[in-house]
Design a protein around this ligand. Structure first.
Ligand code: NAD
Length: 253
């Protein structure tokens, strides 16, 4: 396919390549995204489950939602898209991945430079004293109580993911902006590019003279600005790019 060849060529020629991923790269691992017709927002109102205001108003309801998501997230395995990006990094063709995902699947696939700009499901955090505990410990506490208490100060813990209305973690976001500005190519994969400030990263790359490529099922507001735009699944597309570059996408033993 011509577009695969063009994308592979851009990856080869437009170093350094920075990848920006969203929920769409993990749907092939069985984790629903937010905005597709079958995404989470079709069943759950984001205003009631994903805002910091909703958490402060009714943490029990938010924990019920996250306990449900946690079992899906922890049972998921990386797919061909995650493995392809890890392989490109191994080949020195991807400098870093900036991810909006909280599922840890890039690291599970072997990617090393992963910036989690929306937090992760690995931990829960106390908004009062800053204590962090492993997420499974917080979920285990739900056996006895409707919301897990901080072991240090007994305030209610929050999933350590960025909710709407919260600031993004400063260090990874500053690094992500720096990477976007110096990228020869920003490759956005599986993201609607609707959620700010991450959705500003393509603009940072373009303004600094870099190029943009998009692999996403469905349109995004940046489509007209992309040098290559592939409307197909992330796994198949990225594995084909790796193959075009002369490699093979490894799978776990
Ligand atoms: P989004 O739901 O807004 O967009 C996902 C995009 O991916 C959609 O355009 C969809 O059509 C596309 N898509 C779905 N499956 C695909 C596939 N197999 N291949 C290619 N494209 C595919 O998600 P977003 O842009 O990441 O932003 C919203 C928020 O979603 C982020 O804050 C993130 O934290 C959160 N989120 C994360 C996970 C996760 O960690 N896996 C899951 C759901 C939501």
């Amino acid at each position: 396919m011509q577009a695969i060849r063009e994308l592979a060529e851009l990856v080869r020629r437009r170093q350094p390549v920075v990848v920006l991923t969203g929920a769409g790269i993990s749907t092939e691992s069985g984790i629903p995204d937010f905005r597709s017709a079958t995404g989470l927002w079709a069943a759950y109102d984001p205003m009631q489950y994903a805002t910091i205001r909703a958490f402060r108003r009714d943490p029990v309801k938010v924990w019920e939602f996250y306990a449900l998501r946690f079992s899906i997230l922890t049972e998921a395995h990386p797919n061909a898209g995650h493995f392809a990006l890890a392989e490109l990094e191994r080949q020195g063709l991807v400098e870093a991945i900036v991810t909006q995902n909280i599922d840890g699947l890039h690291q599970a696939a072997g990617s090393r430079e992963v910036l989690e700009v929306h937090g992760s499901i690995r931990t829960a955090v106390c908004l009062e004293c800053g204590e962090r505990v492993p997420f499974e410990q917080a979920v285990a506490a739900l056996q006895d109580r409707p919301a897990p208490p901080c072991p240090h100060c007994t305030a209610i813990l929050k999933p350590d993911v960025v909710m709407f209305g919260e600031l993004l973690p400063e260090a990874p976001m500053l690094r992500a902006i720096e990477l976007a500005r110096t990228a020869g190519l920003l490759l956005a994969v599986g993201s609607s590019l609707e959620v700010y400030p991450v959705a500003e990263l393509p603009q940072e790359t373009l303004a600094a003279g870099g190029m943009l490529a998009i692999v996403n099922r469905g349109s995004t507001r940046f489509d007209a600005l992309a040098a290559v735009r592939i409307d197909n699944t992330a796994g198949e597309t990225l594995a084909a790019v790796v193959a075009d570059l002369g490699g093979a996408t490894p799978r776990p033993a």
